[in-house]
Design a protein around this ligand. Structure first.
Ligand code: NAD
Length: 317
């Protein structure tokens, strides 16, 4: 990957893809943005709409629609494309259809000579990231899923509200599958540099460790609540994707809970899951292995087993 350029090809210009694009524009996070969608007219309209806001942004981004050969010199290919569940369709059938969608995207991306980083948001994101790595054959360090980045942002926001502390001073993660089996390793959660539990104890009952369980449930159920209210979630994930892009283009070595392929960490191999990783211009520099309690390790194991079980039923080749 060229260290000077900041070119992104975005595949899938639906709600999530365009929230990502809009956040990129507002944060001036890239120089060139190419939009691709199977619905070419939609991608064309989205490119026009974004371009008309350029005059009011601090950005000089070049935004246009494109084709897969445009991936040849892209630094990041972000995939937000997917199909919706049909009535009565099983999760695995939906997954199989999304795998076919990914095959139709990743084949031409690789044929272009693409040598950058894949960033995947399509759900189930850990599985679709694994599928991307398997189909493309790209070094797993350059195939990243959004993982539990958004869930972690939700956790920090909720803990910040609870303790009335700036979420940027809350250091806590959501780990595992982006979904029902995700968990919060509370043994690693800090307010400033103090453990959440010590902070609760010292406040003489004002804050209660028991409330942490409710907060992790609220984080897990947040997406469902938003979907009930407005049918889909997109702003939060769009901002999470930009956060990851900034870590990559800024060579920041930031710790983010992206979906990364485990290679022995937490006793897990050949499975993608949300774990704290150091992210820089080369993708995942390394996975930061936390010292989890036995109970937390058991939860990590259960989450990875669940993901492995789904992968087993999927026809990738
Ligand atoms: P959407 O239906 O609005 O957009 C999907 C887009 O993909 C559409 O524009 C469609 O035309 C396009 N598409 C379909 N097949 C294609 C193909 N073969 N090639 C190119 N484009 C194709 O959906 P959305 O609300 O934007 O959600 C997109 C995905 O993001 C979903 O899988 C959703 O579950 C996921 N999502 C992930 C997170 C997360 O935390 N990772 C959060 C929210 C949503």
């Amino acid at each position: 990957m060229n260290n000077q350029t900041r070119k992104i090809v975005l595949v899938g210009t639906g709600f999530v893809g365009m929230s990502f694009a809009y956040a990129l524009l507002n944060q001036n996070a890239c120089d060139e943005l190419i939009l691709i969608d199977i619905d070419k007219k939609r991608a064309y309209g989205e490119a026009m709409d974004l371009n008309h806001g350029l005059a009011f942004s601090g950005s000089h981004m070049n935004i246009r629609t494109g084709e897969y050969p445009d991936c040849a010199d892209a630094d990041i290919v972000a995939i937000c494309a997917g199909v919706a569940q049909k009535p009565g369709e099983s999760r695995i059938d939906l997954l199989q259809r999304n795998t076919e969608v990914f095959r139709s995207i990743i084949g031409p991306v690789m044929s272009s000579g693409f040598g950058g980083i894949f960033l995947i948001a399509t759900n189930p994101v850990d599985i679709m990231t694994h599928v991307t790595q398997k189909i493309s054959g790209v070094d797993p360090k350059r195939v990243i899923g959004t993982g539990t980045t958004l869930d972690t942002a939700r956790l920090r926001y909720m803990l910040g509200n609870y303790f009335s502390v700036d979420p940027r001073n809350i250091h806590a993660y959501v780990m595992g599958e982006h979904g029902d089996s995700e968990f919060v390793p509370w043994s690693q959660a800090l307010v400033g540099t103090k453990s959440v539990f010590a902070h609760c104890e010292e406040t003489g009952g004002k804050f209660c460790a028991m409330d942490m369980q409710k907060i992790s449930e609220d984080v897990k159920n947040a997406a469902q609540k938003i979907i009930e209210a407005k049918k889909a979630t997109y702003y939060g994930i769009g901002m999470s994707m930009v956060r990851i892009v900034r870590a990559i283009f800024g060579n920041e070595n930031s710790i983010l809970t992206v979906s990364a392929r485990l290679d022995g960490e937490y006793g897990q191999k050949d499975v993608y899951a949300g774990v704290p990783c150091i992210v820089n211009r080369n993708g995942v520099r390394e996975i930061v292995e936390l010292k989890l309690t036995d109970e937390e390790l058991r939860k990590m194991h259960a989450s990875c087993e669940m993901l492995r079980g789904v992968m087993k039923d999927l026809r990738i080749n």
